[in-house]
Design a binder for this molecule. Sequence first.
Ligand code: NAP
Ligand code: G4F
Length: 326
Amino acid sequence: MSGRRRALITGITGQDGSYLADLLTDKGYEVFGTVRRSSSENSERINHLHGRVQLLQADLLDQASLTMALQESRPHEVYNLGAQSFVPTSWSQPVLTAEFTGVGVTRLLEAIRTVDPGIRFYQASSSEMFGKVREVPQTELTPFYPRSPYGVAKAYGHFITVNYRESYGLYAASGILFNHESPRRGLEFVTRKISDAVARIKLGLATELRLGNMDAERDWGFAGDYVEAMWLMLQQPEPSDYVIATGETHSVREFVDLAFAHAGLDPERHVVTDPAFLRPAEVDQLIGDSSRARAELGWVPRTSFTELVEMMVDADLARLASAARV
Ligand code: NAP
Ligand code: G4F
């Protein structure tokens, strides 16, 4: 073992895991990440970190694999970002979502208790727990009213984190993060679906974009800014829970309008509403109040909504144009 600080990230192959790995390697950490066994490689988001992060096979469904990953990496900090994170899938696979996204948190906390209760633990909680919101804007004290099996599973993960902190004195912190996006966002999430479609239409590779509820409103930030808040939460003298948000809300329609305008396109000519993308229960509007994080962590979001939309469209245009050249 080197004398450097060590961190273990579950979900390192995901959007946030890859940005967090960038941040921690830049800070000089020895970074370990868990990956699931798969018949084909799924490391696109972390290929640029080859040789700078160490990958260990573990699954949030498998207690022994989590314990072994901790024994092998002996981390000072664990960031639990692994989850079934796509809300619509949580209606078609509710039990699996509860196992990954909910009970998986307990498995990891139990592994920490067994291997080293001094480990600092970060749980990726979600604004989706606020669901049918009880107050506007949402703070650390706003009651939860989840509207999807995913939101319910995240509420379990949140409370088990608080409970292990209070029951066993673990350093366990929960970040209640509002939606955060980037060019590394999965293509099924609405922001990336839009930026990818805009780029395809601009390059003549597609003609239409089919969307569900265009009136839904989200507090969208940039994932690169949000992983910094995760790290800051584990550097505090005492563990606590923090809302991380921009404090602005925008509709899906506004995202569409900005993205199409940035590419010089008219959304009226391309966007089609498709009931197939409506949800059994919708979260109509989310807007977070991150005053506590700003005051105690010194965290501020640095990327504006317009910058985020344009960054995503530009990245998809560059990616698809270069693929077309090849
Ligand atoms: P993401 O891109 O979907 O990544 C999810 C990661 O979890 C992937 O690396 C995935 O691995 C891994 N994973 C899935 N099932 C697993 C299992 N059984 N065992 C171990 N790992 C598993 O999600 P993200 O956007 O980076 O989000 C990171 C975390 O923050 C998630 O917990 C998400 O629910 C939460 N969150 C996200 C947002 C947001 O707006 N992005 C907001 C609030 C909270 P594979 O690559 O093998 O599938
Ligand atoms: O991009 P979305 O799929 O994200 P959603 O459901 O807000 O969840 C994301 O943020 C949560 C934090 O609040 C995370 F915890 C979660 O893991 C995930 O990262 O959908 C955003 C909105 C929804 O209201 C949806 O109904 O966009 C609306 N929407 C409209 N048309 C669509 C579409 N969403 C998707 N995915 N695809 C559509 O065609």
